[in-house]
Design a protein. Sequence first.
Length: 170
Amino acid sequence: MVVRVSTVAFEGVNAKPVDVQVQVMPGRVLFNIVGLPDKSVGESRERVRGALAAVGLALPTRRITINLAPADMPKEGSHFDLPIALGLMAAIGALPSDALEGFVVLGELGLDGSLAPVAGILPAAVATHERGFGLICPVASGAEAAWAAADLPILALRSLIQLANHFKDI
């Protein structure tokens, strides 16, 4: 099964849609991120691993592939941490697989599961509103995102565990 989470990549001040595709399958234990990621995106493996451990989840001993599509668009920044983590949580059954539909997700993860603000939240929020989606972001980015549109649904939380509990309660 492939779980999909929507996020964005930045080209100048424009936020372009990116589909984070998460697949967990049998095979040699591996955690691979593909789709033209830069070093900061590649390092998200360790931030995601640490954040998941902080909330009591272990990565499965399986082959994990994260595809950031479209593959020919460069991806940079730590804002890919949260969509990757939530996609993994859905892939292993810790979140309902459809919980993230209709949302664009951005956020940097701390090793303790906290959510840190990210650059580019306003253009991301504008692009999210244009797509008719809601936005999931760190609480420290929520006020800036609200400038995009009064009717933009924003879910701004402090930690990965708060986010997981939100979707568990729905």
